[in-house]
Design a protein around this ligand. Structure first.
Ligand code: TA6
Length: 284
């Protein structure tokens, strides 16, 4: 973990996965939010310099977890409570046979969540770090006596040297809901550039999309995530966020693996898993 980040967090609030050679990940127990993922010394995730890391609000950057609701809902703040709760360590970081380091965090219903949303659940969030990939898997377990529905998403913020030379690939031909233009459209570009405020939910996505910038690309390999959200707040919305620098929209893009276009039903005793594997390829 670099000194700048170390100076912003309390030791008891984070877990660190480290496979050596400058490849590591730092996860905050608030929201089980991955704050940093360094691949051979290169930071891949964007974390706002103004992100609040004292557990008083959702973290602006890294990989916040959205559950049980993507977007606004009547039960509380948008994007649900999972990113705003303290998770427990289910299993500490440990090396597996193939040199991967893995750890699991957990969150179960409590008085607060039941007051807002009266269902019983256990979430287990597993992170697996290898030399060139980070896999994040969320397993939802319905531990109650009635079925419920939810939507979920991994709200990944990726760092880029320049949004102006950043593109997202694998979306051509897909239908997307545009939350800025308020309509449904079809993507006709292989290389989707982001020249303004983008807030798009691409539906029925292929198993892999990728973002590309001037220094590297990051593949987002999806399992049980049919949707991908592409978001950049651009300048006006950046100014309106207290935990986001006015100019930071220039060095980030969100490519978010989600199951958000229609509610997912989970029956009593059922477990459902949702996974993304992020892989970095340096540009030669
Ligand atoms: O994922 C895109 C989005 O839903 C945008 O509409 C914007 O609201 C963004 O999430 C950030 O939401 P937040 O509640 O973290 O400020």
């Amino acid at each position: 973990m670099d000194a700048e980040l170390a100076g912003r967090v309390q030791e008891g609030d984070i877990v660190i996965l480290d496979v050596g050679d400058g490849t590591s990940a730092v996860v905050h127990l608030h929201g089980a939010t991955a704050l940093s993922w360094k691949c051979s010394g290169q930071e891949i995730l964007f974390l706002s310099k103004k992100a609040v890391l004292d557990s008083s609000k959702a973290i602006r950057g890294g990989i916040p977890l959205v559950f049980p609701q993507f977007g606004p809902w009547s039960c509380g703040p948008q994007h649900g409570f999972a990113r705003n709760k303290r998770w427990s360590v289910e299993s500490q970081p440990q090396k597996t046979g193939d040199g991967t380091v893995t750890c699991s965090l957990a969150l179960s219903d409590d008085e607060d969540t039941r007051k807002a949303w009266d269902y019983r659940f256990k979430l287990v969030y597993t992170l697996e770090l290898s030399k060139s990939s980070l896999t994040t898997r969320l397993t939802v377990d319905n531990t109650g006596d009635e079925s419920f529905t939810f939507t979920t998403l991994m709200h990944s913020y990726f760092l880029t040297p320049d949004i102006g030379t950043t593109t997202v690939h694998g979306l051509k031909g897909l239908t997307y809901v545009d939350k800025v233009q308020n309509g449904q459209f079809q993507e006709d570009r292989e290389a989707v550039s982001i020249p303004e405020n983008y807030d798009r939910v691409y539906q029925k996505c292929p198993s892999s999309v990728f973002m590309e910038c001037s220094t590297h690309s990051v593949s987002v390999n999806l399992s049980n995530f049919p949707d991908v959200v592409v978001w950049n707040p651009w300048s006006e919305k950046a100014k309106a966020m207290s935990d986001f620098g006015d100019e930071e929209y220039k060095t980030m893009v969100c490519v978010e693996a989600g199951s958000v276009s229609s509610p997912v039903q989970i029956d009593v005793g059922q477990k459902l898993s949702f996974q993304q594997t992020l892989q970095v390829q340096a540009k030669l």
